[in-house]
Design a protein around this ligand. Structure first.
Ligand code: GDP
Ligand code: IMO
Ligand code: MG
Length: 428
């Protein structure tokens, strides 16, 4: 099956959107399978910049785009994003966009809870404040409102009552005003006709698509180290972000995700709180942030920056079954005379080659670095492997060696076509 799954191999913002957009002209369908509008995927095409949070990045190239059941969907945000893209000349109709009818909704009360909890917490997670965690809680708690429920007014009223009965004590505890069921029902009823035209059993459509020999591209959001099981818990998002989720979050069988392409930034960033062993607090860190324009797409927060952490990505390669890597933002490293790569950690007297599960141990890790020679030439916008300076090639080769996966794509600027392909993931 010639499908490809794109996965963030670090803490998000690796450049997934750019690569999904670039790869989508080789695919027939693009599918989001987890997360929600906490994601911020940036696409640069000529003088247009598209910022997508919920819509699969394939919509910009006019590919059939599916928001799978694993995604939590804020319907008001969805309508807004569709309108915003429309304003940029991307006309999104139900022919182009399909919303899984069994996806769960993010409601205003989820955002309230997310923000109130963060405001009250002494140990903040640094969430995007968009209600992602509380929406997933209600999903696994079996009291969520799903897309299909929007079509059934009578049942909807009872479901809202049940949901509010659960939320009432939580809101009280956080000093939030009581939610008004009539108002929520009215709001949900008002948005329903704008959402329902996109709703379908997405699993069935995907089954047909795959049986007719078409190619599916799965678009991960966040990154493997933000995975609720495998990430730096509790400083994670509330979904499984690893490649395995592409199957469950779309309704395709376990072979559906196909080739797993890890998107890897040539250095490391993280937005929000949590352990980050290779983090830099010096001039080099500031320079990476400045050259890489490391500000969050969703919240505008400055991203924390550090050297490339090979131990972290090696772990990610294993967790996701990554077969090849798209290395992004290599150009940001231009002009550093010396570069460092974190190859593992020290924990007291011990050497550790992975992130231990315990938070206390994670916080106590000190990175072990090896130094590499930098390059003074510009790699920005390079479109051929031959255009790269020898030291840059050496850096890429060392990355491959340390993470145990080949670099099959290289990105050298935000622009769609500034991408070098060594091997076509759809052909592998
Ligand atoms: P995503 O969340 O993984 O899709 O990544 P984001 O879009 O949040 O962040 C990546 C940022 O880097 C965006 O602003 C991209 O336009 C930009 N970008 C992507 N690839 C490259 C690259 O190779 N070089 C540079 N300089 N910027 C890139
Ligand atoms: P993309 O798809 C980077 C982080 C938040 C916070 C934690 C939990 O653009 O790579 P949440 O709102 O999900 O409950 O926040 O996860 N986070 C991201 N960091 N990129 C993202 O998405 C992220 N989505 C969530 O900053 O630390
Ligand atoms: Mg992002």
């Amino acid at each position: 099956m010639a499908n490809v799954t794109v996965i963030g191999a670090q803490w998000g913002d690796e450049g997934k959107g750019k690569l999904v957009d670039w790869l989508s002209n080789r695919a027939d369908v693009v599918v989001r399978f987890q997360g929600g509008h906490n994601a911020g995927h940036t696409l640069v095409v000529g003088n247009q910049t598209y910022k997508l949070s919920l819509l699969p990045s394939g919509v910009v190239q006019g590919k059939l785009s599916i928001i799978g059941n694993g995604v939590v969907v804020d319907p008001w945000h969805l309508v807004e994003e569709i309108a915003k893209l429309g304003g940029q000349g991307v006309n999104i109709t139900p022919d182009l966009l399909v919303l899984a009818d069994n996806a769960c909704l993010i409601l205003p009360l989820h955002r309230d809870l997310d923000q109130a909890r963060e405001a009250a917490a002494t140990n903040k997670i640094g969430t995007t404040g968009r209600g992602i965690g509380p929406a997933y809680e209600d999903k696994v708690g079996r009291r969520a409102i799903r897309v299909a429920d929007l079509a059934d007014r009578d049942a909807l009223e009872a479901k809202i009552d049940r949901l509010l009965a659960h939320h009432a004590p939580l809101r009280r505890g956080l000093g939030l005003p009581e939610a008004d069921p009539a108002r929520l029902l009215a709001d949900v009823e008002a948005i329903a006709p704008r959402i329902l035209p996109y709703a379908q059993p997405a699993w069935r459509l995907l089954d047909e698509v795959v049986k007719s020999g078409k190619r599916v591209l799965f678009e991960g959001a966040q990154g493997a180290l933000l995975d609720v099981d495998h990430g730096t818990y509790p400083f994670v998002t509330s979904s499984n972000t690893v490649a395995g989720q592409a199957a469950a979050g779309s309704g395709l069988g376990p072979k559906g995700p196909g080739y797993v392409l890890g998107i890897v930034k040539a250095y490391t960033t993280r937005v929000g709180e949590g352990p980050f062993p290779a983090e830099l607090f010096d001039e080099d860190g500031r320079r990476l942030g400045e050259r890489g324009h490391e500000f969050g797409t969703v919240t505008g927060r400055a991203r924390r920056c550090g050297w490339f952490d090979a131990a972290l990505v090696r772990q990610s390669v294993a967790l996701n079954g990554i077969e090849g890597v798209a290395l992004t933002k290599l150009d940001v490293l231009d002009g550093f005379s010396t570069l460092k790569i974190c190859t593992g950690y020290r924990l007291g007297e011990r050497e550790v080659d992975h992130l231990p599960a315990g938070l206390k141990e994670q916080a106590a890790l000190t990175p072990v670095f090896e130094e590499l020679e930098g390059w003074s030439e510009s790699t920005q916008g390079a479109r051929s492997w031959r255009d790269l300076p020898a030291a840059a090639v050496k850096y890429v080769r060392r990355v491959e060696e340390l993470i145990g996966a080949p670099v099959v794509l290289l990105s050298t600027s935000p622009e769609r076509d500034d991408t070098i392909m060594m091997r076509d993931p759809f052909q592998d």
